[in-house]
Design a protein around this ligand. Sequence first.
Ligand code: PLP
Length: 393
Amino acid sequence: MLQKNARITEKLKKIKPTGIRRLFEVAREIPNAINLGIGEPDFTSPKHVIDAIEKALKNGKTHYSPNFGIPELLEAISIKMKREYGLSYDAENQILVTIGAMEAFFLGLMAVIKPGDEVLIPDPGFLCYEPAVWLTGGVPVHYPLLESRNFGLDEEAVRSLITEKSRVMVINSPHNPTGSVLSYDELSKLAKLAVEHDLIVISDEVYEKITYDGVKHYCMATFPGMKDRTIVINSFSKTYAMTGLRIGFAVGPEDLIRAMGLIHQYSVVCVSTPTQYGALAALEGPQDFVEGMVREFDRRRKLICSRLCEISGIKCVIPKGAFYVFPNIKEFGMSSEKFAEYLLKEAKVATVPGSSFGRYGEGYLRISYAASYEQIEEAMDRIEKAVKKLKGV
Ligand SMILES: Cc1ncc(COP(=O)(O)O)c(C=O)c1O
């Protein structure tokens, strides 16, 4: 028999487990700890979504659905894309319902990557991107999102990383972990680069509805030359607080969506059928849940930013989207991991070290405001005290 470490595929050896779970496990053991590390809304899914799932279950919708999704949901997604972005996607051939945006991301890569193809991913960036690229045979190439540009685009940096092997560019706006939202101009520049270098774009728009201060989200497929080369991946996880229900979707050109659908068909068959009815209710039902959630996130964002800015030694770009803030802690001369450990031990507040999101994330923390206003107030008091202690004041 093969040695244990030889039984596992080589590809996996490039992937390390994230330290985040371990940090959260430690936090769970600490009485009164406040977790500001969470990457999902703390709201319960809307009642009409839960009712629709319950109804589907009671009506015997417990069978496989068509592979691409129930026709009503595909149609509702097509209508949404037309209404919100003026984009026409054929419900039969250009839309695929997936197990969250993450399945869509993997399928998109699997459909287009040849071994050794390079995939441009944002850094800091959502921590599932790099493992997904390795696992699908690609090579991740990190493009920086720098604080000096409010974590926006450095066009020249991206351009300089493009080679003959570049195949896919991943874009994520609004952005995890920094909360930045790329402007029309920035997206337009990325679109031009993609066209110029014949790149396929996977645009992760899961935070599309969570923006602040009147900042607008633009769908990547709306830019000239982009619809035919962009796979837009989206989700019900964040917009409708449905993370555990595991449902998202991809829209894009027919050849790519069909290829992704083939892998989906032979791997997972379809998304849980009752959940699809819940997603349909989410799209067709009242949207006041989303508006209320974003309003509350905004209130918390203002609180957290104003409190962080008052703490000597911490600098903070005001985020315009998602539910994260990414403060700079470089002045303390500690690694972000050590700083997060210190806050957990001293202040009993869990945050995520910026280095978890890539090397350009070192020197920062990701603080999520998916916690109650009162918890955030208490957490900020504790962080302020712990930082003062660290500085010896
Ligand atoms: C940028 C980004 N993309 C995708 C996901 C995962 O979405 P889903 O739950 O739909 O798989 C997350 C979750 O944190 C995320 O932050």
